[in-house]
Design a protein around this ligand. Structure first.
Ligand code: IPM
Ligand code: MN
Length: 350
């Protein structure tokens, strides 16, 4: 039995979460899982209505769930930064969701923009540090609005934060048992403080505790180049917060776009949060045209992290069948099916 907090959120969030819950319910029947959902009304609508973003009492409740299932946050009438910082990033920091896990996997039948690359070439995972770096919020603005204005945004990396992220990546490569390789993505030639720390800990911890895992390194600019040219070289990429943000959107495109890209915000010792990474897509809201596979995939990642690996695998296999046998495209409005029909198809293949 698992208690799940559901934050459907803004825009198309509720539509895709509905399909994810449909799939989870179908699976519960056959797998003998009991999932109890508690729905939370958070996001742009509530903020505009009441001025509340994430009340402390809600945050306190969220700590007690087994997992959080999130749709999307973002509203066209709310200034950029308010909901992101007040809700999504606050949850990451307060719940110490220190891993952002982003599988980049091209399923059979899905089109990738990379010429001559297929599912055998595009199958890796990005482990992004999720609580430090420039996202930590260190810095400020001095003499704002004057010609002498100064803006500083510092990157904060701690030994503890770096080490736990690296360990997660090594463990993940071991469990995944594919290439048994971890590539550190950094910028040791310019960001000589931050990546001095990252690479020292990478080699120290890797050599001592993970001798079975190959260690590799690539600068971030080279990483994006290789992701496009030779994605098959990667197994697990580990990186700091901002680089991870950028390279995972590129990764999402390689695997067929935002319609399929799922992510986990993970605290291995606590409650974790799973989401489709595509955002609220306001222009498609309520039209039943967006692809719910990313949200359904996020539900699968949630089960996997909860230890329900067999159930998680069933979801992934069903998603693969739907991609291979049905969808004309993964893009909103071009699937050849509605959002709800895609959810039904996944249920059929479970
Ligand atoms: C992501 C998003 C967030 C981030 C935004 C919405 C704050 O882009 O999850 O990758 O930058 O981390
Ligand atoms: Mn991002």
């Amino acid at each position: 039995m698992y208690n799940i907090a559901v934050i459907a959120g803004d825009g198309i969030g509720p539509e895709v979460i509905r399909e994810g819950l449909k799939v989870l319910d179908a699976l519960s029947d056959t797998e003998g899982l009991q999932l109890n959902y508690t729905h939370y009304d958070l996001g742009g609508e509530r903020y505009l209505r009441t001025g509340e973003i994430l009340p402390d009492s809600v945050l306190a409740e969220l700590r007690n769930f087994d997992a959080i299932y999130l749709g999307a946050i973002g509203h066209p009438e709310v200034k950029p930064g308010i909901l992101e910082k007040g809700l999504l990033l606050r949850l990451r920091f307060e719940l110490d969701l220190y891993i952002n896990l982003r599988p980049i996997k091209l399923f059979p039948g899905v089109e990738t923009p990379l010429k001559d690359k297929g599912p055998q070439d595009i199958d890796f995972v990005v482990v992004r540090e999720n609580t430090e770096g420039q996202y930590a919020g260190a810095g400020g603005i001095l003499r704002k609005g004057t010609p002498h204005e100064i803006a500083i945004q510092e990157s904060v990396c701690t030994r503890m934060g770096v080490e736990r992220c690296l360990r997660y990546a090594f463990e993940y490569a071991r469990r995944r048992n594919k290439g048994k390789k971890v590539t550190l993505c950094g910028k040791t030639n310019v960001l000589t403080y931050v990546f001095d720390l990252w690479s020292r800990v990478f080699h120290e911890v890797g050599a001592r505790d993970y001798p079975d895992i190959t260690r590799d390194y690539a600068h971030v600019d080279a990483t994006v180049m290789w992701m496009v040219k030779n994605p098959e070289w990667f197994d697990v990429i580990v990186t700091e917060n901002m680089f991870g943000d950028i390279i995972t959107d590129l990764g999402a495109m390689l695997q067929g776009g935002m319609g399929i890209a799922a992510g986990g915000n993970i605290n291995p010792g606590g409650v974790s949060m799973f989401e489709p990474i595509g955002g609220s897509a306001p222009k498609y809201t309520g039209q039943n045209v967006v692809n719910p596979l990313a949200a359904i995939g996020a539900a699968g990642m949630m089960l996997d992290t909860l230890g329900e690996t067999a159930a998680a695998e069933k979801i992934e296999k069903a998603i693969m069948k739907v991609c291979e046998k049905h969808l004309k495209s993964l893009a909103a409005g071009q699937m050849g099916y509605t959002t709800q029909e895609v959810g039904d198809l996944v249920v059929k293949y479970l």
